[in-house]
Design a protein around this ligand. Sequence first.
Ligand code: ZN
Length: 224
Amino acid sequence: MRKVISRKEAIAKGMNRYFTGKPCKNGHVSERSVIDCACVPCRNNIRRKTHLKNIEKDKERDANYYQENKERLNAINKQWRKDNPIANKKHARRTYLNNPARVDLHTKARRAHTKIKLSNEEKKRMYKMINFVRLINKAAGKVILHRDHILPLKPVHHLTGKPLSIKGIDHPDNCQILSAKENLEKGNKFRPKDQLLFLKRMRFIKQLPKKNLYEKLRIHQKNV
Ligand SMILES: [Zn+2]
């Protein structure tokens, strides 16, 4: 049990919290603030509710504060990382585990043959897909789904196995979710049904690496 300390004593000692040992009107046996005698958990609850109500406003305020104090805050963070290497490593690990899709996407994007810049909306769709696949696989306890590139990054002809002169891009419109079995069978082949699906999706892809890609694909469509 926490030591009882009256408000007067706490003030005399220069503390900002005191403790009566008695429950508040909501039943918390907790510290109170010296300034306004408020029960700390009660106040935190009120603050949380207010924050949830004004979440957009708060976000904007925080973003503005960051922009105005960018250099100072970045310097503080940099120094903190230097002073606390172990805690920093832990934090980085936690961030990674919280959003593996982001890390995965960046790694994939680096490896992709065609470097394209995704808009925030496109990134969001990509994260959603990656996270969905991970979630299902995690729940199943084994890999049953793959995120597949409809036009593979290094495609080959579905019959002859010869490399094609076109290359897929790491873009959500060029991605589909396939069963692991089907995707392993597909390999690097640009199958007829993928070609049809790709043509359907193509009109949504704005950042095409090559303008003549569409023309080349038309030839494939004729062959389907
Ligand atoms: Zn309370």
